[in-house]
Design a binder for this molecule. Structure first.
Ligand code: HEM
Length: 501
């Protein structure tokens, strides 16, 4: 080769090397996240995932790192577990809540996808307004009245499964407050039917959201029973005049939006709202009570606070006011801590345009997943994560309505749970009134949480009975706060939580 050709060859070689390097770098940059799959096409990791989904998610994180995909039943679910991915999940315009949930909404409540997409934002704003921080205390009085009514049915003492007790209180109270006063069936037979059908519907919700209805006969029957109940009740809900002339119930406000554009689907929206308002609030009330009753020091401090703020005896029909709630802050901390430990398994968004997370590109069409349950167990964000430590909530600025960093129990971003302030209010009043009225103790150890489902908060696995007896004697002079200083919780004292059960 002539010597004057050398510079040309060198230039071509350099160009090729440059192109190769560019391709390699680009490839590296556009790598998809590592993927857990299986050898059966379409099914992928579906069988292993379906057996114990929560555990599978954590194993995959340990194996693959902070961003990974699980391919199961034809779906690519890409999980994010650290800051960068969480930010994309919450803030990116390329990921979408509505497209991720339109299928489950169609399967579980028969709302057609186009109607769901048209109405969703308007309905969300309506619900957020009715239950937001500005309006939520309007529910206080009615919640008190309804809980007192239900508590009367418990009698002066008794023993029952704690989850049944919570259902017996929360089902009627929530329905009567959010839908229409006295809507909850009062006839014994119909009450039992309601409880049975709602429980079946709730337990099967996750399967119902993915599988054809004809494969789930029992679940489908309960879904139809509940839809028929709403068909029957919609005219009464519409005609109902709440006591305060200027207010309408939450369901009435929802109906105003739905009937304008999709009147034929009012019952479906009733069912969706029923499920959203009970499916998490019931197990969280259970877990909060179970945690309090199995931590003797927390229980004692709470009882001292209740005696100091509400008075010593449980016999009066007391109204828990906003001011009392502020003084009984430890109860709110216990609820938030119970939700931290028993947070929803997953929340989800649909990727509509490829997004970059760390060095990976997550392709459009993937479901982007975040697991509040596991995020709340990351010691980087929550030290000593497995322990029930209500005092960690001292750090949160609850006055300003902010939770702890990385607390994702109510989801996040544009469509965070619109019922969160209502849920906290309802659960606080419920727990205060139970503990004010009754001396309570658990007859069984704190149960394990079920690892079977990932939608919503975990249910208890196995029995946990409560014994309750009406409080008659004054536990303590309300003017003399106990060693805790009354209602305000001593953080160090609580840190040494002891299990009783
Ligand atoms: C402790 C109880 C509760 C927990 C842990 C909880 C949690 C959640 C979560 C994680 C979401 C999904 C948010 C997201 O993907 O970013 C959600 C949505 C929702 N929640 Fe709650 N929730 C609770 C109670 C309630 C209550 C009492 C209501 C009352 C009506 C309610 C109404 C809703 C509704 C309507 C949605 C769907 C919002 C939408 O379509 O955009 N929730 N909730």
């Amino acid at each position: 080769m002539s010597e004057d050709l050398y510079p040309g060859v060198a230039a071509v070689a350099a160009l090729l090397a440059g192109v190769a390097l560019f391709v390699v770098l680009r490839r590296r940059g556009s790598r998809r996240p590592p993927c857990a799959t299986g050898w059966i096409p379409w099914v992928g990791a579906g069988l292993r995932f379906g057996k114990a989904p929560l555990e599978f998610i954590e194993q995959a994180r340990a194996q693959y790192g902070p961003v990974f995909t699980i391919f199961a039943m034809g779906n690519r679910m890409t999980f994010v577990t650290e800051e960068e991915g969480i930010n994309v999940f919450l803030k990116s315009k390329e990921v979408n809540f509505e497209l991720a949930v339109q299928n489950p909404v169609y399967h579980t409540a028969s709302v057609p996808k186009n109607i769901f997409l048209t109405l969703h934002e308007k309905l969300y704003i309506t619900m957020k307004g009715k239950m937001g921080t500005f309006n939520v205390y309007q529910f206080t009085e009615q919640l008190n009245e309804e809980f007192h009514e239900q508590l009367e049915d418990l009698g002066p003492h008794g023993t029952m499964d704690l989850i049944s007790l919570v259902r017996q209180l929360l089902y009627p109270v929530t329905v009567n407050v959010l839908f229409k006063k006295a809507m909850f069936p009062s006839h014994k037979r119909k009450t039992e039917d309601f409880c049975q059908h709602f429980q079946i519907y709730d337990e099967g919700f996750e399967y119902g959201s993915q599988m054809p209805e004809w494969l789930l006969r029992n679940w489908s029957k309960s879904k139809r029973w509940l839809l028929a109940l709403f068909e029957e009740s919609i005219p009464e809900i519409k005609a109902y005049k709440p006591e305060k002339a200027d207010s309408v119930t939450l369901m009435q406000a929802v109906l105003d939006v739905v009937e304008g554009e999709a009147g034929g689907h009012s019952a479906s929206y009733g069912l969706l709202l029923l499920w959203a308002s009970l499916s998490n609030a019931v197990p969280i009330t259970f877990w909060t009570l179970a945690f309090i009753l199995s931590h003797a020091d927390v229980h004692k401090t709470i009882m001292e606070g209740i005696s100091s703020v509400l008075g010593g005896t449980g016999e009066e029909k007391i109204t828990v006011s906003e001011d009392m709630l502020k003084k009984l802050l430890l109860i709110k901390w216990c609820i938030l801590e119970a939700i931290r430990l028993r947070a929803p398994g997953v929340i989800t968004r649909k990727v509509v345009k490829p997004v970059k997370i760390l060095n990976y590109i997550v392709p459009s069409g993937d479901l982007l997943m975040l697991s509040p349950f596991w995020l709340h167990r990351n010691p980087k964000y929550f030290p000593d994560p497995e322990s029930f430590k209500p005092e960690r909530w001292k750090e949160a600025n609850l006055e300003k309505r902010t939770f702890l960093d990385c607390y994702m129990a109510f989801g996040g971003g544009k469509f965070q749970c619109p019922g969160r302030w209502f849920a906290l209010l309802e659960i606080q009043i419920c727990i205060i009134l139970i503990l004010y009225k009754y001396d309570c103790s658990l007859l069984d150890p704190l149960p394990k949480q079920s690892h079977l489902h990932v939608v919503g908060v975990p249910q208890p696995e196995g029995q946990c009975r409560i014994e309750y007896k009406q409080r008659r004697d004054v536990c303590q002079d309300p003017r003399e706060p106990g060693p805790s200083g009354g209602a305000t919780p001593p953080a160090t004292h609580l840190a040494s939580g002891q299990h009783k059960g």
